[in-house]
Design a protein. Sequence first.
Length: 282
Amino acid sequence: MKKILVITNRFKDTDNKTTQRVCDYLTSMDVDVTQIGVDRKVSILGAWIPEGVELAIILGGDGTIMQFASELSEHDIPILGINMGHLGYLAEVEASNVELALKRVLDGEFTIQERMMLKGIVHNKKGEITENYALNDVVITRSGKMQIMSFNIYINGNLLKNYSADGMILSTPTGSTAYNLSAGGPIVDPGAELLLFTPICPHTLMNRSIVLKAADNVEIEMLATHEDERDEILEANYDGNVTVRLSAGDRVSVSKADRIVRLVRLGGVSFLDTLHRKLKES
């Protein structure tokens, strides 16, 4: 690899020492390096992505990877995560082993793991259409008062059920260990291709997630709960990065995306290894 983009979460590598180690090593191996520092206010890399980049190295944690996964997937740029935070699922390399990991990458001693993404399309009552992508999940939540919201859920065009709940989570297998897990949803191997549907605190005695085929389409129709609360009472969140305001009568259609996130894997830690360590902490 001759051209690499290095993205650093400024609040994770506060003294910039690990970033400097990465850049120094890559430069010593005649790699053309572009380095940028980011925070939560940066949502788009844009012109910071040079032409011909072969790899993005992200120093931070799973959250930082999530922040830019969609945009990097659009450019088909694989991601190597260097963990600077708590134990996560996406950032495989620890800072203490960074030079060894970089050597293996440059020597071609790695595999690429493909992760399924979701595409969420908002059709609002004005006839406007908004499209966004997510690696973890598309979450529909209220944006106003603390009150139960009402939704109609359609699977492949057929009405499944009317839900009264705090919200809805549509998750990929990668996102199964995120908000989906906190809401009582199942843990799924991230290499699978499934669509997980989990209601958030539903007002019912039956609180169950639904596991669907990756080819299925889920459509959520927003229903008004009060006559005076029809406009922008909810929002659709894509990986917690992009937010689209919703009103009663709007619909959100969620399905498997036609793009993927490509993660560089060195084979050191499996999903089950990480899950085992996570379960020991709980």
